[in-house]
Design a protein around this ligand. Structure first.
Ligand SMILES: CC(C)(COP(=O)(O)OP(=O)(O)OC[C@H]1O[C@@H](n2cnc3c(N)ncnc32)[C@H](O)[C@@H]1OP(=O)(O)O)[C@@H](O)C(=O)NCCC(=O)NCCS
Length: 158
């Protein structure tokens, strides 16, 4: 099985990133189109098909739930999005993508990884825990349609 991780190139990949985001997440959780340029995105490509994608904010902390902004924080990798196309879920690709994210953080010298998800997202929370992430706070009313808290998780690397 030919598998690779590849950096998305903007603006060339913008339409593909937006389309992927729309296939993976419900509409209220879509990334605003203008936000893609603030992040680095990577494709998980299997047999030449883009089946997964993740989006990083390098040296960024997630504090949008507290302050409405995500400030710069040296050494922190913010994983803003992790997704596998529905048809490819349950086969271990989410695990593979999460393992690669942690390897990316270690290789890049980051000391901390932070991420957040809906409180009801048991799959993502379980996956994060498998890799040693722990929940650091739960902020109510972060998401809309449905109204739901966000669970913020971190992994300390050293
Ligand atoms: C979360 C997501 C990336 C997992 O991808 P996946 O390819 O299905 O993941 P895997 O097959 O590697 O499974 C990984 C783990 O998820 C967990 N999991 C999967 N479905 C689950 C469910 N319904 N309930 C609880 N845990 C679940 C399990 O812990 C599983 O580990 P296991 O194999 O030891 O049981 C995928 O469901 C997805 O893209 N969801 C939509 C996007 C999203 O919500 N992203 C998170 C917010 S950024």
């Amino acid at each position: 099985m030919r598998t690779e991780f590849k950096r998305a190139v903007l603006p060339r990949d913008l339409r593909a990133l937006v389309a992927f985001d729309h296939r993976v997440f419900p509409q209220p959780d879509w990334f605003p189109a203008e936000a893609w340029s603030e992040y680095e995105s990577f494709w998980l490509i299997v047999e030449r098909r883009r089946i997964g994608c993740c989006t990083f904010g390098e040296h960024i902390d997630f504090q949008h739930d507290l302050r409405g902004i995500d400030p710069r924080l040296r050494g922190t990798l913010y994983v803003a999005s992790t997704g596998i196309l529905p048809a490819f879920r349950g086969a271990g690709f989410g695990h593979l993508l999460k393992a690669w994210q942690v390897a990316y953080a270690r290789h890049g010298g980051f000391s901390r990884v932070v991420t957040n998800t809906r409180k009801s997202n048991r799959a993502m929370i379980a996956l994060n825990k498998t890799f040693g992430f722990r929940a650091i706070r739960t902020t109510p009313h972060y998401y809309m349609d449905p109204d739901e808290p966000t669970v913020v998780m971190e992994l300390l690397l050293r």
